[in-house]
Ligand binder design. Structure first.
Ligand SMILES: C[S@@+](CC[C@H](N)C(=O)[O-])C[C@H]1O[C@@H](n2cnc3c(N)ncnc32)[C@H](O)[C@@H]1O
Length: 270
């Protein structure tokens, strides 16, 4: 089955996974789980892209678009970390967008389905597009990526961190109730594996001035002895984020589920 057929065949799974953010009762379960289990990972992901952006381009990003931003936790962190930058969060749920807007006054929040990007948004450019723990939810990821390419500045990256369908048994370990198990089960079922993501990126980046990388290690998915890995590992903020995740976990819950890290990079030759 090629990637187009695969995307089509997983549509019902992605639809079911989305219901956990639309239905009131299910949303309470997903919010409680995410608040407890993903806060540390979020900080690590943000520090990773800030550091990698600097490695690639020699300066901090000045604009970040957070797709599926939830209650704005990432944007709040970024507002402190890169003050004076343009920060925009989009989420399909107007409830979470209201919470996010109260939480961070200095950012723009938009209640919208990211698959229906409007004209206002399409006229903007961003240095970083961050898609954290929601890539498996979109109805048409192929079209979404193509739309997002139009929003990239000349020195830009898209950083996608998401579940790896093949690691579901590690993820299910962190659940504290049957409802949470159902939630996590549905999220894993809708997610991709590494080969599928690679095939998707080969397909969407062909004939474009874009490169991509996909991996599963804790630090940006980069292999332990790669140049990318060594370029990141000396960064103090990143080290602090890794330390804080490892301290958060007790020996019984020590397993951190393997995530997939995808980078799409636009670096125009000068
Ligand atoms: C698991 S939460 C992740 C929130 C946040 N990115 C984080 O890391 O904490 C997924 C979020 O994606 C949002 N979402 C799902 N499909 C969406 C769509 N088509 N457009 C915009 N937001 C969407 C949901 O409403 C939910 O808030």
């Amino acid at each position: 089955m090629n990637i187009i057929e695969k995307l089509e065949s997983l549509k019902p799974e992605r639809k079911l996974a989305r219901t956990w953010f639309m239905n009131e009762h299910k949303r309470q379960i997903s919010l409680t789980y995410d608040e407890r289990e993903t806060a540390g990972i979020r900080v690590l992901s943000i520090e990773t892209f800030l550091c990698y952006y600097y490695v690639l381009f020699g300066h901090q990003p000045t604009s970040v678009l957070d797709l599926g931003c939830g209650e704005g936790q990432s944007i709040k962190y970024l507002a402190k970390r890169i003050p004076n930058s343009k920060l925009t969060g989009i989420d399909a749920s107007s409830d979470v967008i209201k919470t996010a807007a109260k939480r961070v006054k200095e950012a723009e929040f938009i209640a919208a389905d990211v698959e229906q990007l409007n004209e206002h948004l399409l006229s903007e450019k961003y240095d970083v597009i961050f898609i954290h723990l929601c890539f498996g939810l979109f109805e048409n990821p192929l079209k979404l990526l193509k739309d997002l390419f139009m929003l990239l500045s000349d020195q830009a990256l898209i950083y996608i961190v998401d579940l790896n369908r093949e690691s579901w048994n590690e993820g299910i370990n962190s659940c504290l109730s049957v409802d949470e198990e159902k939630y996590i089960h549905d999220q894993y079922n809708a997610s991709f594996n590494k080969d599928e993501l690679e095939e998707l990126f080969v397909y969407v980046t062909r004939e474009k001035e874009l490169t991509f990388k996909v991996g599963s290690s804790l630090i940006g998915g980069f292999d332990q002895f790669s140049d990318d890995f060594f370029s990141l590992i000396k960064n103090r903020e990143l080290q602090a984020a890794i330390k804080s995740i490892s301290e958060e976990k007790t020996p019984e819950t020590h397993i951190i589920p393997q995530l997939l890290h995808s980078w799409i990079i636009k670096k125009q030759l000068s």
